[in-house]
Design a protein around this ligand. Structure first.
Ligand SMILES: [Zn+2]
Ligand SMILES: [Zn+2]
Length: 66
């Protein structure tokens, strides 16, 4: 898994459930906004690993790499 903040290898999950590296273990992670509809994004897991997916999926298929 990858750190939701910097993309480096994550070693744990923070209290909000995001994968984080040791550097960002206590950093608050705010979800990015969907590039399509500007709603917030949530972590989803697909066959290629975790990614940010639009909260409005499947109505909106906006995704972003973590
Ligand atoms: Zn990090
Ligand atoms: Zn969207």
């Amino acid at each position: 898994m990858k750190c939701a903040k910097c993309g480096k290898t994550a070693s744990k999950y923070n209290k909000d459930g995001f994968p984080v590296c040791s550097t960002h273990a206590r950093v608050k992670i705010s979800p990015p906004k969907c590039p399509n509809c500007k709603l917030k994004m949530v972590i989803r897991e697909g066959k290629f690993g975790k990614f940010w997916g639009c909260v409005a999926f499947p109505m909106c298929d906006g995704i972003q790499k973590i």
